[in-house]
Design a protein around this ligand. Structure first.
Ligand code: HEM
Length: 310
C-alpha cells in the first residue's frame, strides 16, 4: 500500500508542514517567499541563444512576462531589512497560452542537497529555536548537515539589505539543459545581471527604511524608467554537477547572453499564479537535481493551502 493510501503525509507535505512549524501558518500566503510584488514587462532574446535551444522565448520574438520579486521569509509581515535572500520569479507568456517559468534568488547555492535533508534541517532548526535539543543532539545535527549547508550559510552571512530589487544579481541555483535544433543537450545555470550597479544599504541608510521599502522603491523607479536585467547562461562542463544545489560551478565557466528583461509597470498578482520552476517549455529540460524536481509538488501543496485560505 502506498504512503497516500495509508494517509501518511508525503515528503512534500512534510516539507511544507516543516516550513509552517518553523515560521508559523500565514493563511492565504505562499509558504515561502510570502511577501512579494508583481510587475509586467518583456523579454528580448539575444540571437545567439537560438544556437543553444529551440525554446520559443529564445527565438526572434519578444515575449511578455510577469515578474514577481519577493522576500524569502515565509512570514509576509517580515520587514524587507530582515528577510535575507530576495527572489525574482519570471513567467514568460508564450503563444497559445503556454508559459515557462524561471525562478531565481540572490544567492547562488541552496542549503540542502535532497528533500529529505531539507526536512531534517528545518526540523533541527525549529527544535533548536524552541530549545528542544540537548547539547549532544545539536552537535550531532550540525555535524550531519554542516557540510552540505556550509556554502549557503557563508553566502547568507555575506548578504546585506539591498538598495533595490533592481540592484541585485539573481541565480537559478539549479542546472537545466538547453536542447538545440540538432538535438545537442548542454547543461546550463541561469544568472540575471542587473543593468543598474549592485548596491547595498549602509547601516545608517538601513535605519531610515520602512518595512516595505523594496516594493515602494521599485514601483517609484519604474514610473521614471524601466528596470532591466541581462539573462546569462553559465555553460556547464564535463564534471560540473547537475544534481547538487549546494555546489557552485567554477566562476571561470563561460557565460553566454540569452537576452534582456525590461520591467515596465506594476500589476496586481494574476489569479492562481504559481511560479513552479519545473514548468519549462520544449527546448529546455530539467536536470536530475532532486531539489528542483521536488519543488513541483511542494509548490502545488502551498498553492492549494493558500487558495483555501489556510
Ligand atoms: C526543498 C526545496 C524547496 C522548497 C520545499 C521550497 C518551497 C517553496 C514554497 C512552498 C513556495 C511557495 C509556492 C507557492 O505557494 O506558489 C516557494 C516559493 C519560492 N521559492 Fe522555493 N522552495 C525550495 C527551494 C527553492 C530554491 C532552491 C529556490 C532558488 C531558486 C527557491 C526560490 C523560491 C522563490 C523565488 C519563490 C517565490 C516564487 C513566487 O514569487 O511565486 N526555492 N518555495
Amino acid at each position: 500500500m502506498g504512503n497516500q493510501a495509508m494517509n501518511q503525509p508525503t515528503l512534500a507535505q512534510r516539507a511544507v508542514d516543516s516550513i509552517e512549524d518553523f515560521a508559523g501558518r500565514h493563511p492565504g500566503h505562499r509558504r515561502a517567499h510570502a511577501k512579494g510584488a508583481c510587475y509586467r514587462g518583456e523579454f528580448t532574446p539575444n540571437p545567439e541563444a537560438a544556437r543553444y535551444t529551440t525554446a520559443v522565448h529564445f527565438q526572434e520574438e519578444r515575449t511578455p512576462v510577469i515578474v514577481r520579486f519577493s522576500n524569502s521569509s515565509p512570514d509576509p509581515s517580515q520587514s524587507d531589512l530582515l528577510s535575507p535572500a530576495k527572489g525574482i520569479a519570471v513567467q514568460f507568456q508564450l503563444p497559445d497560452g503556454e508559459v515557462t517559468n524561471l525562478v531565481a534568488v540572490s544567492i547562488p547555492v541552496f542549503f540542502a542537497r535532497t528533500p529529505e535533508s531539507f526536512v531534517d534541517i528545518l526540523k533541527m532548526v525549529t527544535a533548536f529555536e524552541h530549545k528542544e535539543l540537548s547539547f549532544k543532539e545539536k552537535v550531532a545535527g550540525v555535524i550531519e548537515h554542516f557540510g552540505e549547508s556550509r556554502h549557503a550559510l557563508l553566502e547568507v552571512a555575506k548578504l546585506k539589505p539591498p538598495t533595490s530589487y533592481a540592484e541585485l544579481p539573481y541565480y537559478s541555483i539549479h542546472a537545466f539543459f538547453m536542447v538545440n535544433a540538432e538535438g545537442v543537450r548542454r547543461p546550463i545555470k541561469y544568472e540575471w545581471e542587473p543593468d543598474a550597479d549592485i548596491h547595498h544599504l549602509s547601516a545608517a541608510e538601513a535605519k531610515e527604511q520602512s518595512p516595505d521599502y523594496l516594493e515602494t522603491e521599485f514601483s517609484q523607479r519604474i514610473r521614471i524608467a524601466p528596470a532591466g536585467f541581462t539573462l546569462k547562461a553559465v555553460l556547464g562542463e564535463e564534471d560540473d554537477p547537475t544534481d547538487d544545489s549546494t555546489q557552485k560551478w567554477p566562476d571561470k565557466r563561460e557565460r553566454i547572453i540569452l537576452g534582456h528583461l525590461t520591467i515596465t509597470e506594476a500589476t496586481s498578482e494574476p489569479e492562481n499564479l504559481v511560479m513552479d520552476p519545473t514548468v519549462v517549455t520544449s527546448g529546455i529540460e530539467l536536470s536530475n537535481d532532486p531539489i528542483l524536481n521536488f519543488r513541483h509538488e511542494a509548490y502545488a501543496i502551498s498553492h492549494h493551502r493558500r487558495s483555501l485560505h489556510e
